[in-house]
Design a protein. Structure first.
Length: 294
């Protein structure tokens, strides 16, 4: 049986330059889709998948994320005195239990691989999940839960993938698909941000991973790859020589909130999916006479 995955790592050190000026003083992970910050979606997905310990790799100007996962006594007292019990319960439900969060800093922006490596001492010698909070999903069950189900049956490392348009492959890591069904197939290789004509597939790595701790030693030695950064994909490719990698083409759809278009689309889609917002939102959209404007 595979060793249980209890810990998840969330790299949240990125500068968010694509969202300036919104992210000048505010972490991009706190941008909201409807009324929840991006990071909350990733934490919710991890909890649904059974994660118990949440490790955030932060950077300068990211203190608000730590505050977000703490209690806010003044706010709670005010909600209570005003009888807003539902809002209060919701806030408390979103919090990980006391002592179940850790924060460490990536001191320099050296890439995703380096950010993950910064979590090595906290994670220790155990498998862990990795969730990139820019990427949020419409999926039931959640994407990490679907990957955990695949992990239960196989040893090694699991990577979530989805098809993208061929013109987008150069923005992502993509995998070489081997034998097996969508729920769990052999990955024979992967490459970070390939040119369209060199991409081995359009199955892209959409920001959800289950990794074995041996990745840390490889990350420690990893030289700079695409974009001059220490790339997780390169270290995974090296680990593939020692351990199996399984791809899960999950049921669901990703919204890349690291891009403005993905972020705006996610806001529309997630709003339409919320029973409390949908009817009013549809009415407002109708009033816009979109047909004329598009
Ligand atoms: C990172 C990974 C890439 C993955 C992507 C998903 O790239 O390196 O393999 O496809 O996240 O968002 P980044 O977005 O940091 O350039």
């Amino acid at each position: 049986m595979s060793k249980r995955v209890r810990t998840a790592v969330f790299p949240v050190a990125g500068l968010g330059t694509r969202f300036l000026p919104a992210t000048k003083a505010m972490p991009k992970e706190m941008l909201t889709v409807v009324d929840r910050p991006l990071i909350q979606y990733a934490v919710d997905e991890a909890r649904e998948a059974g994660i118990e310990h949440f490790v955030f790799v932060t950077g300068r100007n990211k203190g608000v994320i730590e505050d977000h996962f703490d209690r806010q006594f003044e706010l709670e007292a005010t909600l209570e005195s005003r009888g807003k019990t539902k809002a209060l319960e919701e806030l408390q439900k979103d919090l990980p239990s006391a002592g179940r969060t850790s924060f460490t800093r990536q001191q320099e922006p050296l890439g995703l691989g380096h950010a993950v490596w910064c979590a090595r001492d906290i994670v220790g010698d155990q498998p862990f999940a990795l969730l990139l909070p820019d990427m949020i999903f419409q999926a039931k069950p959640g994407v990490l839960k679907q990957m955990m189900d695949a992990y239960e049956e196989r040893a090694g490392n699991i990577v979530g993938v989805e098809e993208c348009a061929w013109e987008d492959v150069s923005s992502y890591g993509v995998v070489v698909r081997g034998d097996g069904p969508d729920e769990g197939f052999v990955i024979n290789g992967m490459v970070e941000k390939p040119k369209r004509e060199e991409a081995p597939s359009n199955l892209f790595i959409s920001g959800r991973y289950i990794l074995q701790p041996e990745i840390f030693a490889l990350l420690a030695e990893q030289t700079r790859g695409a974009g001059g950064e220490i790339q997780l994909t390169d270290a995974m490719q090296s680990l593939m020589g020692q351990q199996p990698f399984t791809g899960v083409k999950y049921r669901g759809k990703v919204y890349d909130c690291g891009s403005k278009l993905g972020f705006l689309t996610a806001n529309v889609v997630f709003a339409l999916d919320r029973p409390d917002i949908r009817p009013g939102f549809i009415e407002e959209l109708r009033k816009l006479d979109l047909e004329d404007k598009l």
